[in-house]
Write a protein that binds this ligand. Structure first.
Ligand SMILES: C[S@@+](CC[C@H](N)C(=O)[O-])C[C@H]1O[C@@H](n2cnc3c(N)ncnc32)[C@H](O)[C@@H]1O
Length: 276
């Protein structure tokens, strides 16, 4: 572990920053390398700052940002400084991906600067693309968004120096995970109720099949002798899947909850296999 002050460089849906305090007691005291196959904004990774780690996510733009910060942070900072927090400029940058052929010609560092800029200036720091893969979050109207946090980007670059980063699906973590590694799994959550009205479903959505497939990966990691920890929503389907493992309850801040005692908080789970 190091003294570096690096922290997540993107706002990311499902980010775990607010839960770290509750997680602390469950992290393994000792492990070899750290493996995180749904890394997103990387809140847990930046909290633990392990010396050796494998970071994976299937979002190509996200993984490109990690790689560019690792290998080319000076050029990235130069490009970020040129952006402007203006509505028409924001839409000009956002719409670069409307012409797919031209967009594919853009360099990796330009793409990373676009993603970080859009993330800081768009509404709620959401990452959302339409069925054609085009970024479609509107302008956020923030007064002074910090889209070039030079100090943090440089700190992140140092932290990532010896870290392996891959754009891939979660199962690929099995190619890396070995005995005594710590694997943290933070998939897109299963909807709390079967009747929840989720209009954002796409072909790639993380449905029951993906959750079941992830459970198989969890079991295999357990058999290998990894220390495994998984976050998910609190609901029957997930509780049944992981019933043979240790399930801890976590409370996350959310806008609505009918239980007065837990007003503003919603139950989530943390599944652990047997480790100390
Ligand atoms: C809940 S978020 C992780 C949030 C992260 N823990 C944080 O603190 O920011 C889930 C992540 O899984 C990624 N993802 C979705 N399906 C995936 C798949 N099949 N394989 C790998 N990553 C996937 C998404 O791109 C997203 O970044």
């Amino acid at each position: 572990m190091s003294e570096n002050s690096a922290h997540p460089f993107l706002k990311w849906a499902g980010g775990k920053r607010q839960l770290l305090e509750q997680f602390d007691q469950y992290f393994p005291q000792k492990f070899n390398k750290y493996v995180e196959p749904f890394v997103g904004g990387g809140a847990v990774f930046f909290h633990l700052l392990p010396k050796q780690a494998i970071l994976i996510d299937n979002n190509g733009e996200l993984i490109n940002c990690y790689k560019v910060i690792k290998n080319n942070v000076a050029e990235l900072i130069g490009l970020l400084k040129k952006h402007k927090n203006e509505k028409s400029y924001f839409y000009k940058i956002r719409n670069l991906d409307r012409n797919h052929e031209e967009f594919n010609k853009i360099s990796d560092v330009e793409r990373a600067s676009r993603t970080i800029y859009l993330n800081r200036c768009c509404y709620n720091g959401l990452y959302r693309v339409n069925s054609k893969g085009e970024f479609n979050v509107p302008f956020g109207r923030y007064k002074n968004p910090n889209f070039c946090d030079e100090k943090n980007l440089k700190a992140v670059s140092i932290v990532l120096k010896d870290i392996e980063i891959y754009k891939n699906s979660f199962e690929s973590c099995l190619n890396f995970a070995e005995k005594d590694d710590f694997v943290y799994l933070d998939p897109p959550y299963h909807p709390i109720s079967e009747t929840s009205n989720f209009t954002g479903y796409t072909k790639n959505m993380f449905g029951k099949d993906s959750q079941s497939q992830l459970f198989q990966v969890f079991r295999q990691l357990d058999e290998i002798g990894c220390k495994v920890m998984l976050s998910n929503s609190y609901n029957k389907f997930i509780l049944d899947l992981y019933k043979d493992f240790k399930i801890m309850t976590i409370y996350a801040k959310r806008a609505i909850n009918s239980n007065a005692k837990r007003r503003g908080k919603i139950k989530e789970i943390l599944v652990l296999n047997n480790f100390k």
